[in-house]
Design a protein around this ligand. Sequence first.
Ligand code: ATP
Ligand code: MG
Length: 569
Amino acid sequence: MSRKNKIALVIGYICIVLSLTFLIYILNEVIQSSNRAQEREQLNERVDFIQTFIEKKDSQLTIQHADRLERILKQLDNDLTLYDVNDQVVYKTTTKQHPIVKLPESTETVIRDQRMIYLKPLQENGERMGTIVLTAPLIKMKGIEVLYLLIFAIGIGFFILLHRTRIQYIHPIRQVTRLLENLLQGRFNERLSSDSKMEAISKLNHVTNMLANEMDIMSRSYMYQKGRMSTLIENIGSGLLFIDGNQKISHINRTFKQTFKLDTTHWKRSNYEEVIPYEEVNELIQNVFALGKRQSKQMMIPIHIERKHFDVSCAPILDNDNHASGIVVVFHDITELKKLENMRKDFVANVSHELKTPITSVIGFTETLLDGAKENKTLEEQFLHIILKESKRLQSLISDLLDLSKIEKDHFVINWQKVNLNLIVEDVILILSDKAFQKDIILINHKSDPCFAWGDPYRIRQIMINLITNAIAYTPSKGKVTVSLENDEHDVKLIISDTGIGIDKKHFPRIFERFYRVDKARSRDLGGTGLGLAIVKHLVEVHEGHIEIDSELGQGTTFTISFKKAQDE
Ligand SMILES: Nc1ncnc2c1ncn2[C@@H]1O[C@H](COP(=O)(O)OP(=O)(O)OP(=O)(O)O)[C@@H](O)[C@H]1O
Ligand SMILES: [Mg+2]
């Protein structure tokens, strides 16, 4: 209770006591005045009675039967004083001095010293003879002091009662109220003492403490769940949209914003149809609102210049009564899966095609030979050469496929060691120099400082063979293929450049895909199957290096591969 309220309470309480006292005072006054009128009447009657004892002899006033009168007056506790015309005392029943009053011309009553004084002039034939003064004690209302005392005692008692009630009931109730208010505001640490003398209060405190404990546990668990849920919602790999029962968007997760690259600042609290720019998604949401059942659909959604594939699932959020209180829309990006699926389809088609072509020609030429062509020695030799070439192609295709599938496996490991790149370059150039010579291509080993890389020498050799073979294959005669090594701060670079046909930049993103060839016919003529660069890309990845391509159509191509540098000891 505030200080202000306390003061108001005390003032109120004092006012009540004062009003009660005032009421009793008024009541007392009313009773007193009625008593006085009655007393005055009584004294008047007595004075009339006393007058019968007064006699006038020789213009002197005397009292007859004074003894009797004195007795009567004594019994009544009345004092009589008789004055003559000169205001001299003629007769007195008491030696006590009655209060000094001025003798009046007409009958009067005066109250002095708790006595009523009745003054009556005596007249005979219209002439004043003297004055009778009769005094009597005032009738007192009995018990008025007791009444005042009672009121005071009741007042004190009431005040003590009020104070005790406040301490015993109001104060604990206030504490409970404050604790409940704190609980409402999410502050759960306060507890009440449960050792009150009042059983009801201690029970109330105990139950309130239990409620606070429960709410504390519930709130912690709710906060934990909420934290878990929001972490999940924000970090899940799928885009999420929450729509409430009024068809307004209530939440958009981070993945959604990142995936769709849309300005979603005004989306919250907006009707989903007004902001979601994808007709197909809106139709799906409409269906779920109408049917109240989960639905999903695969969609292709354009995002800027890309076209992405999504598995869009839309499910109603059910409340305790199984009513849909909203909807959650999940956008699962399946673009990569689609790509992989397409690649797998392409791969099977490509492998079949690549296998079919040489086998068909082997079978065809063998049959022709058996049908009699072998009789012609020139034809026989020519056909056998074709059969050998196609068989070698088949062999290289199969070995490349096996190699690729081995490299692509997750647990593929290489034999890490410090590799002298200069030695490998020399070795590879030696192997391929004959091929270059046959095409009249100059193969240059651009000498450099010793370069050491971290990697597998066998696989680095494979990378070099593939790239230099390509450079020779796609460079016309009289061309030039240069192999050089460069030391960087952390990397070692292998640069293979040619003066060949070059690659149009639009093919760059696909050049490392399996079976991708810029010019299928030309490549196949050259015996290529389109697996070389795919193998190179995977091998560079397992070396934790990277590959760059730079090419100008008709000018030549440069492949730059960075390997991790091994420090020279
Ligand atoms: N140095 C280059 N100059 C021009 N085009 C090239 C060069 N290297 C590769 N290409 C192009 O890239 C395609 C893919 O090369 P990749 O090495 O993967 O396959 P391939 O040489 O055709 O067959 P193989 O599997 O036998 O190597 C080639 O078909 C060719 O069109
Ligand atoms: Mg190749």
